[in-house]
Design a protein around this ligand. Structure first.
Ligand SMILES: NC(=O)c1ccc[n+]([C@@H]2O[C@H](COP(=O)([O-])OP(=O)(O)OC[C@H]3O[C@@H](n4cnc5c(N)ncnc54)[C@H](O)[C@@H]3O)[C@@H](O)[C@H]2O)c1
Length: 258
C-alpha cells in the first residue's frame, strides 16, 4: 500500500448530507486530501455555512456548493449534470444523507414508513444509479453508501430506518455485481453510535451514553472524524479489489455480545 493513494488531487467527489455530522467530516476529509468536493445538503444556506467552516480550518480546499434534495430524482440528475459541467466527471460519490424517525409500530402509519424508507433507501438507489452510470461509462468510480449498524440489528422505535439500512446493505451487493465489470466499486460504511445531531436526543440520556460506552469494545462513542479514514480507504486505489462490502465503523460494537 502506498500512502500516495490517499492523495485525491485531481479527483472529484460528491458528498450528500455534507452540511453537518458525518457528511461534513467526510467532505472535509476529501477536501484536505486534495479532492474537488461537491458538498450537498438540503439548503443552500446550510451548505454555504459548512463550506465557510471548512475553509476556515484548512487553506486551499476546493469545496463547491451543490444543494438539492436527494429524494428528488430530477434534482439528483440535474446535480450530476452540473458536476460534469464544472469538473468534467465525478470519480467518487459518498451517498450519506439520511434521516431518522422515532415511533413504535403501534402508531406508525404506512405513509411515514414509506417516507423514511424513501429518505434512507430509495434516495441512495437514485444517487447511486445515476452517479454510477456516468462512472461506468468512463470506466472508473467509487460509490460509497452510508448505512448503519442498525442494518444488522433491530431497535424499537426505528422500524423504517432499520428496514431501509438493511436493504441498503443488500443493494450495495447488487450494485457491486452490476457495476463491477466497469471499474466501479460499490461499498458501504456502517457507523455505530456517533456524536452528531442525529443522536443528540438520545445522548441527553446519560444512561444511554454510558450503556454505549460500556458495550463498545473501544469504550467510547464515535466521532464524525472516525468515519473519514474508512471513507478515504474505500475511495482509494488501495481498495480496488474490495467491492460489495460494508465496513462497520463502530468501535467493535457489532463484533461482541454484551
Ligand atoms: N450518527 C450516528 O450515530 C449514525 C449511526 C449510523 C448511521 N448513521 C448514518 O450516517 C449518515 C449521516 O448521519 P449523521 O449522524 O451525520 O446525521 P445528521 O442528521 O447530523 O446529518 C445528516 C445530514 O443529511 C442532510 N439531509 C437529510 N435529508 C436530506 C435530503 N433529503 N437531501 C439532502 N440532504 C439531506 C441533513 O440536512 C443533515 O445535514 C446517515 O445516513 C445516518 O443514517 C449515523
Amino acid at each position: 500500500m502506498c500512502t500516495d493513494q490517499y492523495n485525491f488531487k485531481g479527483k472529484s467527489v460528491l458528498v450528500t448530507g455534507a452540511a453537518r455530522g458525518i457528511g461534513f467530516a467526510i467532505a472535509e476529509g476529501f477536501a484536505r486530501a486534495g479532492a474537488t468536493v461537491f458538498a450537498n445538503d438540503l439548503s443552500a444556506d446550510s451548505v454555504d455555512a459548512a463550506i465557510e467552516k471548512m475553509s476556515g480550518t484548512t487553506k486551499d480546499v476546493t469545496v463547491l456548493p451543490l444543494p438539492f434534495d436527494v429524494t428528488d430524482e430530477p434534482a439528483v440528475i440535474a446535480a450530476l449534470t452540473e458536476i460534469d459541467g464544472k469538473s468534467g466527471r465525478l470519480d467518487i460519490c459518498v451517498s450519506n444523507a439520511g434521516t431518522q424517525h422515532r415511533e413504535t409500530v403501534d402508531t406508525l402509519d404506512t405513509q411515514t414508513f414509506s417516507r423514511v424508507v424513501d429518505e434512507n433507501l430509495v434516495s441512495h438507489f437514485s444517487v447511486a444509479k445515476h452517479s454510477g452510470a456516468g462512472m461506468a461509462a468512463r470506466g472508473y468510480g467509487r460509490l460509497i453508501l452510508v448505512t448503519s449498524i442498525l442494518a444488522l440489528h433491530g431497535r424499537a422505535g426505528l422500524a423504517p430506518y432499520c428496514a431501509a439500512k438493511a436493504g441498503l446493505v443488500n443493494l450495495i451487493r447488487v450494485l457491486s455485481a452490476e457495476f463491477g465489470g466497469s471499474g466501479v466499486t460499490v461499498n458501504g460504511l456502517g457507523p455505530g453510535f456517533i456524536e452528531t445531531e442525529l443522536t443528540a436526543d438520545i445522548r441527553r440520556n446519560q444512561e444511554v451514553v454510558e450503556k454505549v460506552n460500556e458495550r463498545t469494545p473501544v469504550a467510547r462513542w464515535g466521532r464524525p472524524e472516525d468515519v473519514v479514514g474508512p471513507a478515504l480507504f474505500l475511495a482509494s486505489d488501495s481498495s480496488s479489489f474490495v467491492t460489495g462490502q460494508t465496513l462497520y465503523v463502530d468501535g467493535g460494537l457489532t463484533s461482541v455480545f454484551s
